[in-house]
Design a protein around this ligand. Structure first.
Ligand SMILES: [Zn+2]
Length: 255
């Protein structure tokens, strides 16, 4: 009992608290007592492990992050953010469409894959839009449809994913069903829906996700998020960035 008590004191104090053997005395051989001590050593509880939420792994807040999430509840920050841009290398409107360099590289690969698969290339009809250009588009939409109508199709300035330089409106070189829902039923639209993820893109506003994304189905609007996120979303069968990053749905503006 006495021996056990001493051992417990030594253990509580940690290894350095074990009194040193007097010099000259032999090192203690492993004994049954030592074995008992080991088995009675207080079990250290493993630190509770918690799987970090995707929004903690990826930077969904910084305007320059490839995984930034912009929607009706998450405006661009800063509102006038302008990224580094390059001209789109593949087919595009007036040869004047611009995107982040990462997007152009991925789009070039997607274009090549689509040409090889269905014999049609990609054609970008809209890409980066500055805060001011989006403000103009939104004003025009409000004048035409009223604010409520405008909010279902056109983003308010500072809330458009196009301002990130990571979003493109994509047609095929045949220009079939330009910016129309029937694009989703064309061979190109179906191919893009099935294969965009292989190149780091997601169809940002999928069919039936209005309550989450705040927008009706847009089979032409692709968002670059990088292959790690697009592959994970594909593997997990998750349709929207809000659900993947476990962010609140953004069906409408706060005010
Ligand atoms: Zn778009």
């Amino acid at each position: 009992m006495l021996v056990l008590g001493a051992l417990v004191v030594a253990l509580v104090g940690g290894c350095s608290a074990v009194p040193a053997q007097p010099s000259g005395s032999p090192a203690p051989a492993p004994t049954a007592t030592a074995a008992v001590t080991h088995s009675e050593r207080p079990q250290v509880e493993p630190a509770p492990t918690r799987t970090p939420a995707p929004a903690e792994i990826w930077d969904v807040d910084s305007a320059e992050s490839l995984q930034v999430v912009v929607n009706k509840r998450r405006p661009m920050d800063p509102a006038d953010f302008a990224p580094e841009l390059v001209t789109v290398s593949t087919g595009n409107e007036d040869g004047a469409e611009v995107v982040r360099p990462e997007v152009d590289a991925a789009l070039t690969a997607l274009d090549a894959a689509m040409r090889a698969a269905i014999g049609e290339g990609t054609f970008v009809t809209s890409s980066y839009r500055s805060y001011d250009l989006q403000a103009t588009y939104y004003r025009q939409a409000v004048a035409r449809f009223g604010q409520q109508g405008a909010d279902t199709t056109s983003a308010r300035p500072g809330h458009s994913e196009h301002q990130t330089g990571l979003a493109i409106d994509l047609m095929s070189t045949s220009m079939q069903c330009r910016l129309a829902h029937c694009f989703g039923d064309t061979e190109a639209g179906r191919w893009i829906a099935a294969h965009a993820w292989e190149h780091g893109f997601v169809v940002r506003y999928p069919e039936g996700s209005d309550a989450v994304t705040g927008y009706a189905w847009e089979p032409w609007h692709l968002r670059y998020v990088g292959p790690e996120v697009s592959s994970a979303m594909h593997e997990q069968g998750i349709a929207t960035l809000e659900e993947f990053f476990r962010l609140p749905p953004a069906p409408d503006y706060d005010s």
